[in-house]
Design a protein around this ligand. Structure first.
Ligand code: BTN
Length: 243
């Protein structure tokens, strides 16, 4: 994976911009990154917005060339979350991944990831756009104004980070964990993911947008789906909010 970064002053959404370029048949390399200093209409999971002040946090999308089918997309998000976790842990920030697409410090979110599969009919190029929002220099006042518990590297480490440098320092852990995923899908990252996002047996409530299900964590399936031990047996959960 060779990383090449296309930095912008301002974009609506790095995922949307990258998708637009992809559809225009432009050449796309594995490792191509679109990053922006300001994102005006960032997108999150379940049609949520991803809000971030200008020049404060990292907002970028990374193209991973792969012909992996749609069912493998969630586990690439999980691999990227392991990369972000490793980067933060190396800076003494006790972050951990949270299923399906977050990285938290305690109960507070420090990073959200939105992955989207893209393909075109004109050539065999296909891939997954991994959109990453990492709270780098967000202050506690800004974090308090978000409707969900949030934190940042600044809040946790007590110092600010230069955004260009932070992105460069993420290359190695992202390359490592995405490489693991490429070599064998979720099965190659399952052990570490389960150690970091577990433990097995912890009580969970999952809200899939319609119903709430409670039980304990039984593990993760072959594609990264959550296995919930309930009174009625093991239920497979493909998406939802976990508390
Ligand atoms: C979530 O927590 O729901 C996922 C948030 C993902 C936000 C990032 S910021 C960079 C990239 N571009 C977007 O529009 N969204 C992702």
């Amino acid at each position: 994976m060779t990383f090449e970064v296309d930095w912008h002053e301002r974009l609506d959404s790095t995922n949307a911009y990258m998708k637009g370029r992809f559809i225009q048949d432009l050449p796309f390399q594995d490792g191509f990154i679109v990053a922006t200093r300001e994102q005006t209409a960032g997108r999150g999971r379940s049609d949520r917005k991803w809000l971030t002040a200008p020049d404060t946090n990292l907002c970028f999308s990374l193209f991973t060339a792969t012909d992996a089918p749609l069912i493998e997309v969630p586990s690439l998000t999980m691999a990227a979350a392991l990369g972000i976790t490793e980067y933060l842990n190396a800076r003494q920030i006790p972050a951990a991944p949270k299923w399906p697409n977050d990285v938290l410090v305690g109960e507070k979110k420090i990073c959200g990831i939105l992955s989207e599969r893209v393909e075109r009919s004109t050539d065999p190029t296909a891939g997954i756009i991994v959109g990453i929002g990492l709270n780098v220099n967000m202050t506690s006042e800004e974090a308090d104004s978000i409707d969900r518990p949030a934190t940042s590297m600044l809040i946790e480490a007590g110092k600010g980070y230069e955004l260009f440098q932070a992105l460069e320092n993420l290359f190695q852990p992202l390359e490592h964990w995405i490489g693991e995923w490429k070599s064998g899908g979720f099965s190659t990252i399952r052990k570490v993911w389960t150690e970091k996002a577990g433990p097995i047996g912890k009580p969970l409530t999952v809200h899939d947008g319609v119903v709430k299900k409670s039980g304990t964590l039984a593990g993760f399936g072959d594609h990264g789906e959550l296995l919930l031990q309930t009174e009625n047996g093991i239920e497979t959960i493909w998406s939802g909010d976990v508390s």
